[in-house]
Design a protein around this ligand. Structure first.
Ligand SMILES: O=C(O)CC[C@@H](O)C(=O)O
Length: 349
């Protein structure tokens, strides 16, 4: 085996050590670690050499010069694969990668349970008014319990937007654990596929009108960007909660602020933001009925280990000439295969 002929680089703080451990076991792989603070000039030689690049999934967390855009790709002529640490791949310009013959993979499914549990936690916390109870108890001597009447989730309707890995797990938990009714909007799934994933297929407007909890778990793309705005919040019931663990920009923050101010909905659970992390004086953080987290739905030990392992396996698949299972741009394969052959002397299968 040729030593060190496959070159991988990753941005340090984003990768779990299991990722490093797996790749380090391979004598044919040279692994370069960069820090998020590494200046552009320093990583130019690494870039010029690299076959594989492990990148973060959240846009604002990664220094802009690390984003996999056309400029970066021009300076990385040997690059075969860009791999996002998450299910999302915000810092990756997929079209530019496809044009350059570079495979893009994500780690979809690796953090699905963690994200779904977070969505469920938000629904429970909001509905049972746990945060409000906690806050009031800390500042008031005689809290009136009747001000804090909550609702059970049992037999309520959850409307899930996007029934992929995360949405499906939310559906399972809501139905199985809490005996909720599940309706879902996902234009990519048929009625039967939806039923297999435990949801009744409905259109988005219908979902917004019927749901007691609206939970967003679809990817951010051109179709979902701005999908939930003033019109959509107006369709929701006044007692309904809006929860999102997907991406900022799918919902319009200004419209949500207005819906909350006008009491058109009961509250919101927000893990994702247009700008992350949101500043403490963000208007949405001023509402007592907003439960907020800084994109931590998938930040659990278990998810990090899963994601790191899957990411390392997919990088090795690609560098060993096997087709990784989670390709975002499968149409690139023929061009990729020719580039791979040129680099390693055989066609990937
Ligand atoms: O960095 C992470 O925790 C992953 C982000 C998560 O939203 C995902 O895209 O899977």
């Amino acid at each position: 085996m040729t030593v060190n002929n496959k070159r991988v680089f990753y941005v340090k703080y984003l990768a779990h050590e299991i990722y490093v451990d797996i790749l380090k076991k391979r004598p044919d792989v040279r692994l370069d670690r960069l820090e998020n603070e590494t200046p552009e000039a320093t990583f130019a030689p690494v870039l010029a050499d690299a076959h594989a690049y492990q990148i973060g999934a959240a846009r604002d967390e990664l220094a802009p010069h690390f984003h996999a855009h056309a400029e970066l790709l021009k300076r990385a002529p040997n690059l075969l694969i860009v791999s996002s640490n998450g299910a999302g791949f915000d810092p990756v310009d997929v079209d530019a990668c496809t044009a350059a013959g570079v495979l893009v993979v994500n780690q979809s499914g690796g953090n699905a349970n963690s994200v779904a549990e977070h969505a469920l936690g938000m629904m429970l916390t909001l509905s049972k008014r746990i945060i409000q109870s906690d806050r009031r108890l800390r500042r008031e001597a005689n809290v009136n319990r009747n001000d804090l009447i909550g609702n059970e989730l049992k037999e309520k309707t959850v409307g899930i937007v996007g029934l992929g890995n995360v949405g499906r797990r939310i559906a399972e938990l809501c139905r199985g654990l809490l005996h909720m009714k599940v309706i879902a909007y996902d234009p990519y799934l048929t009625v039967d596929e939806m039923a297999k994933r435990g949801g009744e297929k409905v259109e988005l407007d219908d979902l917004l009108r019927r749901a007691d909890f609206v939970s967003i778990s679809c990817p951010l793309d051109n179709k979902s960007r701005g999908m939930i705005g003033a019109r959509e919040f107006a369709l929701m019931q006044p007692h309904a909660y809006f929860v999102t663990t997907a991406r900022g920009f799918i919902h319009d923050e200004k419209a949500l602020e207005e819906a909350l101010r006008d009491k058109r909905i009961a509250g919101a659970g927000l893990d994702v933001w247009a700008k992350e992390p949101p500043p403490p004086d963000h208007p949405l953080l001023q509402f007592d009925n907003v439960l907020a987290s800084p994109h931590t739905a998938g930040v659990t030990r278990e998810a990090r280990i899963n994601m790191g392992r899957i990411a390392a396996e997919q990088i090795l698949d690609a560098l060993d000439g096997k087709r990784p299972p989670r390709i975002i741009n499968p149409e690139v394969w023929p061009v990729y295969a020719r580039r791979f052959e040129k680099a390693f002397g055989f066609m990937p299968g």
